[in-house]
Design a protein around this ligand. Structure first.
Ligand SMILES: [Fe+2]
Ligand SMILES: [Fe+2]
Length: 323
């Protein structure tokens, strides 16, 4: 972080991770900052690197080391362009959504273990009849998020958050285990993508150590999103856009017919918007949020073209036949 010298406030008109930090962040400036953040954190090269890292992590799982953050210097003055109480309400929503990570990882492990034991271990670790013996890398990295978000909330609001964590939807085998896994995988990719876009968007309205802390969360979410997406392309070589849209539509239609059914994407979307205090957002914030989703998705689609069958075989080996 650049430390300004002199009498001026150290965070005014300063360089930060999203470009230039000025006292009032409006619509256009937020858009520019989102674009700069995407160019900094979500490049085709970076996504390629994160996927190429996966086979290595299967063999030697090591959590990514975080860059240093000056935690003690985090303060409300590092939020701009959004009301502090709205920002804190969003933070509380992220705390509620990130937990309970153990529940999420174990459900994912169960969907995966029959078909892809290495990936099952990456997300859910090693288990025996008594439970988890060694947590997976995904869990070890995600586990860092809730305490950090709790600390940010405390620093900004002066109060301890009162989280209301969800109960993770347990493993629910339905039709065909391959289809169940596909649907579950799409869901996981969507939540990692949503989390990445949200942290990126929050970085556009923050600076200094607060922004740097969110940056670490962002890097983790991009890493997981990329690994899940790329592995999914290898695991489902015939899944084109049509299959993806079909599965999503199926999940949504089911929800309309059975409104009590948990776990559909509509359910998740509704829960997320309620959780993130969407009703407190201004139109400008909603639009910049959608802009962040669009910016990140553009890079994902561009990167997706590099995931040729030959390349995926080189990374993960020939695809096992599963009938
Ligand atoms: Fe997370
Ligand atoms: Fe995540």
């Amino acid at each position: 972080m650049t430390v300004a010298v002199g009498l001026a406030s150290p965070i005014s008109v300063d360089k930060d991770l999203a470009g230039v930090w000025t006292p009032a962040i409006g619509f256009n400036q937020a858009r520019r900052r989102i674009k700069a953040l995407t160019q900094r954190y979500v490049t085709v090269e970076h996504l390629g690197d994160r996927l190429a890292d996966l086979p290595h992590q299967f063999r030697h799982p090591q959590p990514r080391r975080w860059n240093s953050v000056n935690w003690a210097a985090i303060s409300p003055a590092q939020v701009n362009g959004i009301a502090l109480d709205t920002f804190c309400a969003i933070l509380l929503g992220t705390i509620n959504t990130e937990a309970p990570i153990r529940g999420y990882t174990q459900a994912s492990r169960q969907y995966l273990e029959h078909f892809y034991p290495q990936m099952a271990e990456f997300v859910g670790g090693t288990v025996d009849t008594a439970g988890v013996i060694r947590p997976g890398l995904w869990e070890r990295e995600e586990k860092r998020h809730t305490p950090v978000l709790t600390m940010l909330y405390h620093r900004l609001s002066g109060e301890r958050p009162h989280p209301v964590p969800h109960s993770a939807r347990p493993y629910t085998p339905r039709e065909n285990p391959r289809t169940d896994l596909y649907r579950h995988g799409l869901h996981r990719i969507a939540t990692e993508y949503g989390a990445a876009c949200l942290y990126l968007w929050m970085m556009a309205y923050t600076t200094g150590p607060l922004q740097a802390a969110l940056g670490e969360l962002l890097i983790d979410e991009i890493n997981h999103m990329t690994k899940f997406w790329g592995f999914g392309r290898w695991a489902y070589p015939n899944s084109g856009l049509g299959m993806m849209v079909g599965t999503l539509t199926h999940a949504m239609v089911k929800k309309w017919r059975q409104p009590q059914l948990q776990g559909s994407l509509i359910h998740t979307l509704r829960r997320m918007t309620a959780e993130l205090a969407w009703e407190q957002w201004s139109l400008s914030h909603r639009l910049t949020f959608l802009y962040a989703f669009d910016q990140v998705m553009r890079v994902l689609w561009q990167w997706e073209r590099s995931l040729t069958p030959a390349y995926l075989t080189e990374l993960f080996g020939p695809h096992p036949a599963h009938g």
